[in-house]
Design a protein around this ligand. Structure first.
Ligand SMILES: [Zn+2]
Length: 120
């Protein structure tokens, strides 16, 4: 085998080992993204910064594995279709009373503070 061929194989070996090392290093983040982990972005960041320390790597891997997959996401989905309407915005649902300047519900016909009649 020529020197050039040996060098090419050596470079290839280094590349494969580097790719393997990066994959291993990023395993906690990969696991977190595959599991749609609610904190996958945080896990990715912590893995990138502290993954070099064994504690950080093991910690993020455990973190990626232990938190329930759907608990944080299932709740809003489950609330849809229950008839419970969520307020789009508290500010939007209110209007100021022109008489006493207190905030009352936008749908109110009469001010609950001063009795001002909005319909009039
Ligand atoms: Zn009022």
């Amino acid at each position: 085998m020529s020197d050039q061929g040996t060098t090419a194989w050596f470079v290839l070996l280094i590349l494969v080992m580097t790719a393997g090392a990066i994959t291993l290093y990023m395993t906690p983040a990969i696991v977190a993204f595959k599991r749609q982990h609610p904190h996958r972005i945080a896990i990715l960041i912590v893995d990138l910064i502290f993954g070099a320390t064994i504690i950080g790597w093991v910690g993020t891997l455990v973190w990626a594995l232990i938190t329930p997959r759907t608990a944080d996401f299932a709740l809003p989905v489950r609330m849809q279709g229950t008839g419970v309407r969520q307020e789009p915005s508290l500010a939007k649902a209110m209007k100021p009373c022109p008489s006493c300047a207190e905030d009352v519900l936008a749908a109110a016909q009469r001010c609950r503070f001063c009795g001002y009649d909005f319909a009039a």
